[in-house]
Ligand binder design. Structure first.
Ligand SMILES: Cc1cc2nc3c(=O)[nH]c(=O)nc-3n(C[C@H](O)[C@H](O)[C@H](O)COP(=O)(O)O)c2cc1C
Length: 531
């Protein structure tokens, strides 16, 4: 089976690679130093880029919306909570491990986790001292233990080279040696380590920045390559972001139907499990048009001709992870099929975003599944793909004849009930405008009979006109007064704009397809077929 593979448990391993990709793609994954947005962090400060990095990646936020308080010390509870967040807010079965850590504090889960995983430093008598400033040797120890917890191989042979190494507590010696050897902690002027000095917020973010972006994690024997391919080397990728699993389920169905490779888009910093907190974070990101560091990369995007992009609807839009993903790769020439799940919202804004961000791709009409539709999601996915002529894998892989040429030859589809007719457009500015309109999505028109000779309905927008005297034939597609579409099934003579003609249909067949009375038609561009 072809399947995707994402190292959820080891997201940090690929962080460096992700950052390189995002930066090289020009995306502002880590804000420029000019953009610290904190009045007390000068752009030229030695810690400014680390502040921006930690802020952008939701690792350490400001002490207010405008201040960062770089010289303030950081508490042990806070530092432990940061590591817990980086780890993805894992839950542990234990609680209240330390006598001085109440179970209802904002840091309780983090400290319980750290204790459970052997990361927390125990000061005896079940004391954690959550409010005490974290010292530099404690910080080194916590990072060292965190790295161990992540399975990073340690070089135990490194010697400490700080001049005050005699002052380092015994329990911290190995960690400090490791931190110095790995270039995470470089010391203070005079080659001092200052082990019992309390760490300021500025120092903490610089050290975290180094910790998360050194090639430390690259030596880990797990690979950062995330897409695993089956023997058939599919040219279809199903990339999705999912917070609570609905989109993931839909992605899995699409994977089963198409045989494409699955790829989960994961942010380096996980979203809060609490719904309201997640709403707030997502809202802030949307307002700020954030870009996020992603924890894994598609190994070889170039090999995919077709890319499904799946996501939940967040505040009516795509989550920022999707925008970050779209900016990280070149989708030129690819066919993109968006799909989403939501409570009840539609996908129009999300579709518009994806189309905007992929101007050189063919973005087909997306599948939008609301909560009420979820039980039927698999059938709906099949119907969606069938409707696009891409529901069976052989159609994708056997090189089914392409409609790409047709798309370039002024063909549009007209769907009436279950019947899909094609029409050939004439060459004028009106049909060009119609194609432009259809390029951003299909258009549905409610039509009525008029004069026993035509079906007519409003297009909802105005197109340029090219009126001329026309004597119609059955199947003629006409633009009337710039904003109505007419299908003639009887002859008529008037001055209006010719859009095109329905292909290969007799008058009797046309009348049968259109039926008597009102009818709804859907105009769309043909689906380009997968090479
Ligand atoms: C931060 C956030 C914002 C959301 N905004 C919307 C919204 O604007 N409209 C809507 O219908 N549902 C909204 N939802 C509900 C999700 O779109 C819906 O539950 C979706 O199926 C979740 O997909 P997932 O399980 O793949 O994360 C929101 C959920 C979250 C967490």
């Amino acid at each position: 089976m072809v399947r995707g593979y994402v190292m959820k448990a080891n997201k940090l391993c690929s962080l460096l690679l992700v950052i390189i990709i995002v930066v090289s793609a020009g995306a502002p994954a880590s804000a420029s130093v000019e953009d610290t947005s904190f009045s007390d962090v000068d752009a030229s400060a030695w810690y400014a880029s680390a502040v921006a990095y930690c802020r952008d990646n939701n690792i350490v936020s400001g002490t207010s919306s405008t201040t960062f308080s770089p010289q303030m010390t950081m508490s042990r509870a806070m530092f432990t909570t940061i590591l817990w967040r980086i780890a993805g807010n894992p839950e542990t079965a234990v609680n209240q491990t330390f006598a001085d850590v109440d179970s209802n504090q904002w840091y309780s889960s983090a400290i319980d986790w750290a204790a459970y995983e052997g990361i927390a430093i125990d000061f005896g008598s079940r004391a954690f001292n959550p409010d005490a400033p974290v010292t530099r040797e404690e910080m080194a120890t916590l990072l060292y233990r965190y790295a161990e917890y992540k399975g990073i191989g340690m070089d135990e042979s490194v010697q400490i080279r700080f001049v005050d190494s005699q002052s380092i507590s015994n329990w911290a010696l190995t960690a400090v040696a490791w931190a110095q050897g790995a270039g995470i902690i470089t010391g203070k002027p005079g080659n001092l380590f200052d082990p019992q000095g309390s760490a300021t917020r500025a120092e903490v973010v610089v050290i975290l920045h180094r910790f998360l972006t050194t090639n430390l994690f690259e030596s880990d024997n797990e690979t950062s390559v995330v897409a695993e391919h089956g023997a058939d080397e599919s040219n279809i990728l199903i990339a999705y972001f999912s917070h609570t699993g609905n989109t993931q389920t839909l992605a899995q169905y699409i994977h089963e139907i198409t045989g494409g490779d699955l790829f989960e888009i994961v942010t380096v910093n996980p979203y809060p499990a609490d719904y309201n907190e997640c709403l707030a974070v997502a809202h802030r990101e949307l307002q700020g048009d954030y870009r996020l560091a992603l924890a894994a990369q598609v190994e070889n995007m170039a090999k995919y001709d077709v890319v499904f992009i799946g996501h939940p609807i967040w505040h009516g839009h795509t989550p920022m992870a999707i925008r970050s993903f779209l900016e990280a790769y070149d989708f030129s020439g690819k066919i993109i099929l968006p799909f989403c799940t939501s409570g009840s919202s539609g996908n129009s804004q999300a579709m518009a975003t994806i189309r905007d961000m992929c101007p050189n791709s063919t973005v087909l009409d997306g599948l939008s599944i609301t909560r009420a539709m979820l039980p039927d999601a698999r059938n709906l996915a099949e119907a969606w793909l069938d409707g696009m002529n891409i529901g069976n894998t052989s159609a994708w892989t056997d090189g089914m004849t392409t409609d790409n040429a047709a798309a370039q030859e002024n063909i549009i589809n007209i769907q009436v009930g279950d019947t899909v007719l094609t029409a050939t457009l004439v060459d004028n500015s009106s049909s060009e405008a119609l194609k432009d309109l259809l390029a951003s999505g299909s258009v549905t028109i409610d039509m009525r009979d008029y004069g026993n000779m035509e079906k007519v309905g409003s297009l909802g927008v105005n197109l340029p006109t090219n009126d001329e005297r026309i004597s119609t034939e059955p199947g003629d597609l006409i633009l009337y007064q710039g904003n109505s579409v007419v299908i003639y099934y009887e002859p008529h003579s008037w001055s209006f704009t010719r859009l095109g003609k329905i292909n290969d249909i007799t008058q009797a067949e046309l009348k049968e397809v259109l039926g008597s009375g009102n009818v709804t038609i859907t105009l769309s561009l043909p689906v380009p077929v997968i090479p």
